[in-house]
Design a protein around this ligand. Structure first.
Ligand code: CS2
Ligand code: MG
Length: 403
């Protein structure tokens, strides 16, 4: 079998997605996700201008060699754009291999280690009461794990709090980035009140999660983790940017609140020290940004040595293709923790028909050969790319801050 064609499809059924379709001379094809939110066309160019010509005529079964060729062979390694392009190709090649074997991908990986994959959903509100109600609605839908974000008194809507959280609508509301305002001190005072109330109302059964979106310093994160200990969070996510991996030592020395990290990681090197020193509990790398099945499997195996569990990133900008791929990995991976799942619009489900099924708090990849996700190209073409940005963030005095 030989690779005959590599198509890069950009569509925007409510938000932008970059999808690769690798077609073989035997008619089999595979699909991969290469979406990088707010920088989609850079991946398109990388794929079309640099990667596609290298693939034509190759044997699609040689997934590892192709991965190494695109990673090591590029000299300019790593980075979100390069790795999203490699991820898309890798996902499509695993799709082809599993289809050729007439097996769902999880069978090729080693088979199912569980019957279903626990997911966590998102709930948010501008006030604590609104957030508490939103958690209740998710619980009523059958969710067993819920991430909760709340507006901060004195600030306009901040990350993940619904109104004004432009990233949840794909940043498509404005042609230039929306700017949010941030105050760490106001935030740190308010968040423990949210989780105290959630435990009061819902008791100890629910898994509760919270995302700090890289906004604190290590000592601030240590304090927040301590303040949240009585409420027994499933995790505190991304407390501090992980460019300085050693910084997480400080957090670890001070709190037993579990730490999740890594949605922006691209390779095993981004997490090496964090894992070797057991500074995190959950690794959030995901198939579309960490090198596809090949890259992610390597990271997850390494994590298992250090008692770290998996938690693939899975908001809406991780397309239904990557979600399907993640679901196969999740069903197999021995050190599975949880899968993020924020859901898709009906149109997105139509553009990307899939075998994976979500029911309440769980997902299953389905039994279709391959990863089980396709793209309806005709429908996709009716929803062309629209320039969109993620928001940026400033402190109250105007200083640019991490978003
Ligand atoms: C996030 C994302 O899902 C998460 O935990 O932090 O919503 C993130 O902001 C987006 O994926 C950015 O594209
Ligand atoms: Mg996050």
């Amino acid at each position: 079998m030989k690779i005959k064609d590599v198509k890069v499809i950009v569509c925007s059924p409510g938000r932008n997605f970059v999808t690769v379709k690798i077609v073989t001379d035997e008619g089999l094809y595979g699909i991969g996700d290469g979406t990088v939110n707010g920088r989609e066309l850079s991946v398109v160019s990388y794929l079309q201008d640099h990667v596609a010509p290298l693939l034509i005529g190759r044997d699609p079964a040689q997934i590892e060699d192709i991965w190494q060729y695109l990673y090591r062979g590029a000299y300019w390694r790593r980075g979100p754009i390069t790795m999203a392009a490699i991820s898309a190709v890798d996902m499509a090649l695993w799709d082809i291999k599993a289809k050729a074997a007439n097996m769902p991908l999880y069978q090729l990986l080693g088979g199912a280690s569980r019957q279903k994959v626990m997911i966590y959903s998102h709930a948010q509100g501008m006030s604590i009461e609104e957030a508490v109600d939103a958690v209740g609605k998710k619980r009523d839908e059958g969710h067993v794990a819920i991430r909760c974000q709340v507006g901060i008194p004195g600030l306009p809507a901040v990350y993940g709090t619904g109104k004004g959280a432009k990233q949840d609508r794909g940043g498509m509301v404005e042609a230039l980035p929306h700017e949010e305002v941030w105050s760490t001190s106001r935030y740190m005072l308010h968040i423990p009140k949210l989780f105290a109330r959630l435990r009061d109302v819902y008791g100890d059964d629910l898994h509760l999660l919270h995302d700090t979106h890289h906004r604190l310093t290590p000592i601030e994160a240590a304090r927040l983790g301590k303040d949240l200990e009585p409420f027994r969070l499933f995790w505190l996510e991304d407390p501090v940017p992980a460019e300085l991996q050693e910084g997480y030592r400080l957090i670890r020395q001070h709190t037993t609140t579990p730490i999740a990290l890594g949605e922006v990681f691209n390779t095993i090197w981004d997490a090496r020290l964090l894992m070797e020193e057991q500074l995190i509990d959950y690794i959030r790398a995901t198939s579309v940004h960490a090198g596809g099945v090949t890259g992610l499997r390597r990271i997850f195996d390494f994590a298992s040595v250090y008692h770290i569990r998996t938690a693939c990133h899975g908001p809406m900008d991780v397309s239904p293709v990557a979600m399907g791929t993640n679901a196969h990995i999740d069903l197999w991976v021995p050190n599975f923790g949880i899968q993020e799942f924020s859901g898709y619009t009906p149109l997105m489900h139509e553009v990307f028909p899939h075998s994976w099924v979500q029911e309440g708090g769980y997902i299953h990849p389905g039994e279709a050969p391959g990863h089980g996700v396709d793209i309806d190209e005709a429908l996709a073409s009716k929803h062309p790319y629209q320039r969109a940005y993620l928001p940026v963030n400033r402190l109250e005095d105007g200083t640019l801050w991490h978003w």
